[in-house]
Design a binder for this molecule. Structure first.
Ligand code: HBI
Ligand code: FE
Length: 286
């Protein structure tokens, strides 16, 4: 997926670069603050409680782009994780290797003020606001490390695409059942104004109970809101389902079965919302 990437000049062999926090301009800090204010407001009552707790614990509620060296003192104390800066996308195996060592790679740049809702590559707002608060949660922190370890094994077996679907439908676009309500926890949703509303409230997408094998068979779209979201019961359950799974036989079964399309509903699905797919249809008929 990220095979043709070249090590950028100035990056270390592990693809990290200094964050160079002093180089951020007032405009860049102001962009962070605008995005933070907009998401903070909207996420109240929509995001999993652990996310809010992570923001507070890591003191991410202070204005301006976070300085990784300060953030890492608190994050390290909470769960032993660190955030490291990278120039952009890194090769899959490098990405997995960092995760397996409890290092989360984050873009250092921030989107332009005139493109608040448009992102070609993950920037610091997506990577740090979206992903880092949950890394302060001990169980989610362990899940992320286990994912990295699983990624290194999947790479050897030629199963990165299947494993990447798990990341996509949990870490990026996951929903969670919390005290009888559906909440957001995926970073791709948390860092997006439009999708924070769409993922929970819109009648279009399917919302289906999480099942590891089902998710690893399901294609995803990277160009628009998801047509299906998968719902976990708790981070403990997500970690248990993936840590206790026997990936050898699982990969053997996946090799023999066709992928599932984004909007398909399968007979074994635990359907929470059968989506109308009205939103996706407006896009294809345009
Ligand atoms: N690199 N910087 C960065 N951020 C990502 O989220 C990322 C990456 N490289 C590979 C990757 N994600 C995914 O393809 C893996 O989940 C497979
Ligand atoms: Fe992400």
């Amino acid at each position: 997926m990220t095979k043709d990437l070249q090590l950028p000049p100035g990056a270390a062999p592990d693809w990290t670069i200094p964050q160079d926090w002093d180089a951020y301009t007032p405009t860049e800090h102001a962009t962070w603050d605008r995005l933070f204010a907009r998401q903070g407001e909207m996420l109240r009552g929509r995001v999993v409680q652990a996310f809010i707790e992570g923001l507070d614990l890591l003191r991410m509620t202070r204005p301006g782009i976070p300085d990784f060296s300060e953030l890492n003192v608190r994050l390290m104390a909470a769960t032993g994780w660190q955030v490291v800066a990278v120039p952009g996308l890194v090769p899959d195996e490098m990405f997995f290797d960092h995760l397996s060592k409890r290092r989360f790679v984050a873009g250092r740049f921030i989107r332009k003020p005139e493109e608040l809702d448009y992102l070609k590559e993950p920037d610091i707002f997506h990577d740090v606001f979206g992903h880092v608060p949950l890394l302060a949660h001990p169980v989610f922190a362990d899940y992320m490390q286990a994912y990295g370890e699983g990624g290194l094994r999947a790479a050897k077996l030629g199963m990165i695409e299947e494993l990447a679907r798990l990341y996509w439908y949990t870490v990026e676009f996951g929903l969670i059942q919390e005290e009888d309500a559906l909440k957001i926890y995926g970073a791709g949703i948390v860092s997006s104004y439009g999708e924070s509303i769409f993922a929970l409230d819109d009648p279009s997408p399917n919302r289906i109970g999480f099942d590891l094998e089902r998710v690893m068979r399901t294609r995803y779209r990277i160009d628009d809101y998801q047509q299906a979201y998968f719902v976990i019961d708790s981070f403990e359950d997500l970690l248990a389902q993936t840590r206790d799974a026997d990936f050898g036989p699982l990969y053997a079964r996946l090799r023999g079965r066709p992928a599932i399309e984004v909007a398909d509903v399968m007979p074994a699905d635990r359907v929470l919302t059968g989506g109308t797919q009205a939103y996706a249809r407006t896009k294809t008929s345009a």
